[in-house]
Design a protein around this ligand. Sequence first.
Ligand SMILES: *Cc1c(COP(=O)(O)O)cnc(C)c1O
Length: 370
Amino acid sequence: MEQDKSSVFVTEAALPPEETFLEHMRGILRSRQFTNHGALVARLERQLRDFLGLPRLDVCSNGTAALQLAIRVLGLNGKKVITTPFTYVASVTSLLWENCEPVFADIDPGTLCIDPVQVEACLEKHPDAAGILPVHVYGNACAVSELAGIAAARGARLLYDGAHAFGSRLAGKSLLAYGDAATCSFHATKIFHTAEGGCVVTHTAEEENRLWLLRAFGQRGEKYFCPGINAKMSELNAAMGLSLLPEMPRRLQKLARLAAIYDEALHMGSSPLLRSVQIAPGLAWNHAYYPIILASSRLLERVLAALAAQDIHPRRYFYPAMTKLPYIHNQSCPVAEDICQRVLCLPFWADMPESLPLRVAEIVRKAIEA
Ligand SMILES: *Cc1c(COP(=O)(O)O)cnc(C)c1O
């Protein structure tokens, strides 16, 4: 379907400064090195390590590959793993693709991240679970201290899906610093992107070395160590990241300002029919998304219809709960299944005009009050 110019969607991909991007692309054409850990990928990795303060951050082809690589680096492939039903499907397909058995633990209704009490209960029931895969939903922070305590007590490995976590900081550190390993996605719809891309954060030389091998066929030089895969980032993707990274401090500030405009225009906190996600205490949130939680699914349908009438298309993110996937059987998480029915991510990106959140908020408010 042809998309009308005036249509508004949940996000628009960030554009790099054009001349910077083209200069990188011309450099690639001159060098004829398109991939295999070329100069731009190496430079992007260095700049990301500095920007995020993560010395063992390594980039790869996308956020799903990042998860699959990390699952193997931590030795979780083929094992039972506790995870959250409130996420994008890639968290779950990564586990299934690595022959893991996902066991779903319900979420905290405030933060929408996995509930440590439910994780404990799951581990009690499944003492053979070898790992925990929580998700920093919308860039919000999971209960990292509680989860670290539980994982340590049970000898389970803790892998965070930090696909949304770029730029969020907790206790002076990037949110991606937490856990035994963490992943991020640099997909075009994420706040920092390389068109397609992602990264894995590890914490020991041995694990980082294993990641390098797995990412490139299990080969180093003329030696073949293990059956790896090809999950390398190309130079073209790195060019996008190098062009956008210097913009990130400004873009993060812009997102915080736009979120404040939404909060005020929606009179957030004053209506029992509408609430926001509870942000973890002490988190410097990246404002990766602007999620709202309606009081009922009927109300959500009404808001959706009112916005659609103005050619505005927010996203039901996440919907449905992962326990409702056709290939997941006999698992239920009532809190997540309920919230999935009435959560919405409103149009939100750093370059949106400040008039847009005002316009969207007015339509939402009228629909709620109707
Ligand atoms: C986007 C996303 C992924 C997958 O990342 P890709 O780069 O698109 O493969 C995984 N988990 C979550 C929570 C995501 O939002």
